[in-house]
Write a protein that binds this ligand. Sequence first.
Ligand SMILES: NC(=O)c1ccc[n+]([C@@H]2O[C@H](COP(=O)([O-])OP(=O)(O)OC[C@H]3O[C@@H](n4cnc5c(N)ncnc54)[C@H](OP(=O)(O)O)[C@@H]3O)[C@@H](O)[C@H]2O)c1
Length: 336
Amino acid sequence: MTPPLRFGILGTGNIAHQFAQGVSASSRCLIQAVGSRSHQSARVFAQQHDVPGPHGSYDALLNDPEVDAVYISLPNSMHHEWTIKALQGGKHVLCEKPIACSEAQACEMFQAAEQAGLVLVEAFMYRSHPLTQAVLAEIRNGVVGRVKLIRASFCYHTNKVEGNVRFSPELAGGALMDVGCYCLDLARLVTAAEPVTIQCTGKRHSTGVDEYACGTLGYDNGLMATFCCGVSVQTDNTAMICGDKGFISVPVPWKPPQTGARYQIETMTPPKQDASRAKQPEKRVFELDAGGTLYGMEADDFAATVWNEKPPVVPGVDSLANMRVLEELRRRMVWI
Ligand SMILES: NC(=O)c1ccc[n+]([C@@H]2O[C@H](COP(=O)([O-])OP(=O)(O)OC[C@H]3O[C@@H](n4cnc5c(N)ncnc54)[C@H](OP(=O)(O)O)[C@@H]3O)[C@@H](O)[C@H]2O)c1
């Protein structure tokens, strides 16, 4: 049997904890080491998650021969630098989303992976949940007919502004980078196409980042994808894929639960609003269980790619194309 893939984590923040916890349920991967700017943080993290190798610097983690792959959980602005350093140090890389700050940066990162003959994957964990694959299969099987609209939201409200990477323009924060990227990635999964029109309106926070934003992508086959994202507002955080025969809604698309993950398909003739009609729209609810924790499944998928068992769940071409759209949206954002 292949020995487990040994991860080293760069950074000891919010998602690093969630990742370590999720991976602890995996039988194919383990957390071998953690690297922090501070010895103390690395030690505390290592103790909490039973990690054998705490390192008081990122370079020390990259030099750890026991580490096969690096999980980059650093602020967005640091993904490019540390992914390339890790690849040049001979480590595979699973890098948090969004993979970079620009398409040019992402290109350099994938070139570095190719030169080193190593794997680089962007960490869109929701792609590893069977719910995402089930919804895609329904769409491809034509259950909603020809897809014309995609509607997605990912927002939350945080009071923590001071010291929060999401509110820092220097660290490439902002709602679009933090959570809007999920909505864009879903649009890519469904359409597998490039948008031909891009519009975005953003509310500028006093720190300079977009604290919430809404936008529309248009495709040359008539499809439109709309999204809302925010770090200072709450929404339903759902996704809906609508076609000429009906629509699929996903109540929890981004962090689906391990058990009882749901989607529903509604076909709407006659119109749903017409409650007086005897025949109500057909609604079918599907529920499924995942075989593991969300971040554990993400790590396992990554390991399977490292071991040549399957292609990456997030192919490099998708990361590059997403980055192109994200960069364009940020560049063209109309501020309020
Ligand atoms: N996939 C997901 O579910 C998910 C969820 C949340 C976030 N993310 C992504 O993960 C990345 C990190 O997000 P997070 O929520 O974990 O952020 P966070 O809690 O602020 O943690 C970031 C870590 O990066 C290190 N760091 C290095 N330079 C820093 C600086 N100048 N300011 C702040 N921290 C710095 C710190 O670790 P040390 O002090 O130990 O060096 C810090 O703990 C982002 O790219 C984000 O988009 C993904």
